[in-house]
Design a protein around this ligand. Sequence first.
Ligand code: UT7
Length: 333
Amino acid sequence: MTQSYKAGIIGVGSVLPEKRLTNSQLECMVETSDEWIIKRTGIKERRIIDETVPLYKMAAIAATRAIEDAGLQPSDIDLIIATTVTPDYITPSLSCLVQKEIEAANAVAFDVSAACTGFIFALQTARQFIENRTYKNILIVSAEALSRATDYKDRKTCVLFGDGAGAAVLGTVEDGTGIESTIIGSIGSKGDVLTLPFLYTNQADIQNRNEGKTQVIWMDGSEVFTFASRIMGKVCQNVADNVGVTMDDIAYIVPHQANMRILQNAAKRLNISMDRIYSNLENTGNISSASIPVCIDEMHSKGLIKKGDKIIIVGFGGGLTYGASLLTWSKDD
Ligand code: UT7
């Protein structure tokens, strides 16, 4: 039998912080209501990282779980790709900090920056290295401490975001399973609708934010909403068309968790029922690039995806960026 060089997910892991921030707590912080938040977003609570814990520690927990789930040791990992918009440091990168923490001494480590679509961009990058036989085992770790970049005086954003980390190990999988088709895209010309400045700020960045506090997320919510609602359905349909399957062949769509109404709009466009659109938004809020791998790990733990099932993961967010990948699940239960 010839060796397959098809790339697929062989291990998953995730972690959410213990501390919860509920809608009723937010009611005491800004002029909002539990009713508004649930009706307009679907979110009830988010998890918040302890202020003494660096992001890389949370990322390392998710990474370790994914490596164990793959039946590997950290020393087996050839490449680590990390994604985050809230790194502890610009350098060392999150991937290098995770490498040190988990003692993956044989790995090369770098970060990919694509905001909420980061996991899909990392997956597409990792896939190339496996299929061209450069690396065998690749760890993708997506971790976010968005509470550290949220303005808790801005009701338009502070009700949305939470913290968490998810990871996946990619390796070679049986033919007929693995990553079937991926699309990634960027619309840099529209990037100013969702920003998180770091060392430089322009006048618009300052004007959009409260009290000159610039290192926080600002978003033109309705612009991002319209973009996300349109792109999610379109890109899911495109990856299915690339493989020659219809939505009836898809067990689950696993979207970036930004707003329940975005998921409902996309479901309508795709003519697919909401029970095949996985969501944990109610309990996590939006955790940017971590949201998709956290969902995949939850679904795997709950036994919702079986070997041979087709799923589409789909993301959209800052950049603007978007992407989707159709996977045939390769793991046994
Ligand atoms: O992860 C990256 C991708 N991110 C997304 O996809 C997020 C996309 N955007 C959204 O999810 C939604 O646009 C939001 C949830 C951010 C906002 O919901 P919306 O229904 O689009 O509200 P809006 O911004 O159009 O605001 C409607 C009203 C405004 O009041 P006025 O001006 O009509 O009096 C807001 O001030 O709702 C008000 N509002 C709130 N009211 C109570 C905005 N936020 C709140 C709030 N509580 N938290």
